[in-house]
Design a protein. Structure first.
Length: 402
């Protein structure tokens, strides 16, 4: 990364604008623009998206704005997906390239890119793109995803799936930041399952919505690695937990500005708090076990969620919490009864889950529960879809005879 002087961690945290371009002319034009513009605490480096990711991994905090160069890239959208895992959702990303392509432009905007600039760059082009964002004329920015996880009844494994999903999501990206939020404010066990104390962070955050800046969140949320955070509470049973309408939605909207994923452990589906969580979620996971009650409740819950205005995508998860014995519902009978698509099926795996819960550690080995969580995680991130695709030249090569 020529042109970028290594700074210590504290200095890196103060960068407001960083740019990585592949050619000297673009670097020169950026320097000319920055000398006459109003942006402060800036860095310009030579390199591609990989160089930007490497720099972000050194930084204690992502910059407010980031400009990257995709000129000559054969898979620019895949590169931007990797970049999204390396920087915080609140970062405004600008892209420069050498293709004047309307389809590419639209795809970039769908991924939350602020603007796409076609080379050659000049100071006036940069001024129009970057100064417009100062005046408020910006497109809808990148935003983290909220995922509501709920069970058809107690004991189906919804909390275990939510907690380990959060852990798997945090482990999957270079700089991916994930929050696990337990809405059972009195005796939720998700925090201990992740090896952290519940504390009273959830109640504090709910009561201080106006103070939810990055510094406050870092002080309040529990974490051991600055990637996986826990937002939970262990309130006394005599204390009520009834947030005012709209407060949970405000908290989720704020969290999604600073974190890639917010996994919400919803204790029940019928409460006002649950409905508010569902209303602000982009994805809802309903966990059921192999029972007649779960089959009926799964259908009711999916219908309830899908009947809401602008409903989230719904994934049904079938978790086998009991061994297969005579008289129990079989998976094929369950699927026939609900007549709903079940995206993830998890086999009976008591030893792995019990050990992980008691030790507060990640799932060990390659058991059915760990495999199911990984499958769900790949659906959430879209990796399951990307893994099933091949680019055009790979398809051509597969048709060439040996």
């Amino acid at each position: 990364m020529a042109g970028l002087v290594d700074k210590d961690r504290d200095d890196l945290r103060n960068i407001t604008f960083a740019a990585f371009v592949k050619d000297a002319d673009s670097e020169e034009e950026l320097g000319r623009y920055l000398k006459t513009g109003t942006l402060t605490d800036t860095r310009v480096g030579r390199g591609d998206i990989d160089a930007a990711i490497a720099w972000l991994q050194k930084a204690g905090r992502s910059p407010q704005r980031l400009l990257v160069d995709i000129a000559g890239s054969s898979a620019p959208l895949d590169e931007l997906d990797r970049l999204a895992n390396a920087c915080e959702p609140s970062v405004q990303v600008y892209v420069v390239g050498d293709r004047n392509d309307v389809g590419l432009y639209r795809n970039l905007l769908m991924r939350g890119v602020q603007d796409y600039l076609v080379k050659p760059l000049n100071a006036e082009l940069l001024r129009r793109a970057l100064d417009d964002s100062d005046s408020g004329a910006v497109r809808k920015g990148r935003h983290g995803k909220a995922i509501a996880v709920m069970g058809t009844r107690g004991g189906v494994g919804a909390t275990s799936i939510a907690a380990h999903l959060a852990r798997d999501l945090a482990a999957g990206g270079a700089r991916r930041r994930v929050v696990y939020m337990d809405l059972n404010a009195h005796d939720g066990c998700g925090a201990s399952l992740l090896g952290m104390a519940g504390g009273n962070a959830l109640a504090e955050v709910i009561g201080n919505v106006s103070r939810l800046d990055p510094q406050y969140l870092e002080r309040t949320l529990a974490t051991t690695d600055n990637r996986l955070y826990v937002l939970a509470s262990e309130l006394a049973y005599a204390d009520e937990f009834v947030p005012a309408p709209g407060v949970l939605g405000d908290v989720l909207d704020t969290l999604c500005q600073y974190f890639h994923y917010v996994v919400i452990d919803v204790p029940s589906c019928g409460s006002a708090l649950a409905n508010e969580a569902i209303a602000h979620a982009g994805l809802a996971c309903v966990v059921a076990d192999l029972s007649v009650h779960s089959a009926r409740t799964l259908v009711r819950m999916v219908r309830h969620i899908e009947a809401r205005p602008h409903p989230p995508t719904v994934y049904s998860v079938l978790n086998q919490t009991q061994p297969s014995l005579q008289g129990r519902v079989l998976p094929k009978d369950f699927l026939a009864a609900v007549e709903l698509p079940v995206q993830v099926q998890i086999g009976y795996d008591p030893k792995t889950t019990a050990l992980a819960e008691n030790l507060g550690e990640p799932l060990a080995g390659q058991g059915p529960f760990a495999a199911g969580v990984r499958t769900l995680s790949s659906l959430v991130t879209g990796e399951a879809v990307r893994q099933g695709k091949t680019v055009w030249w790979q398809r051509v090569l597969h048709r060439v005879p040996a």
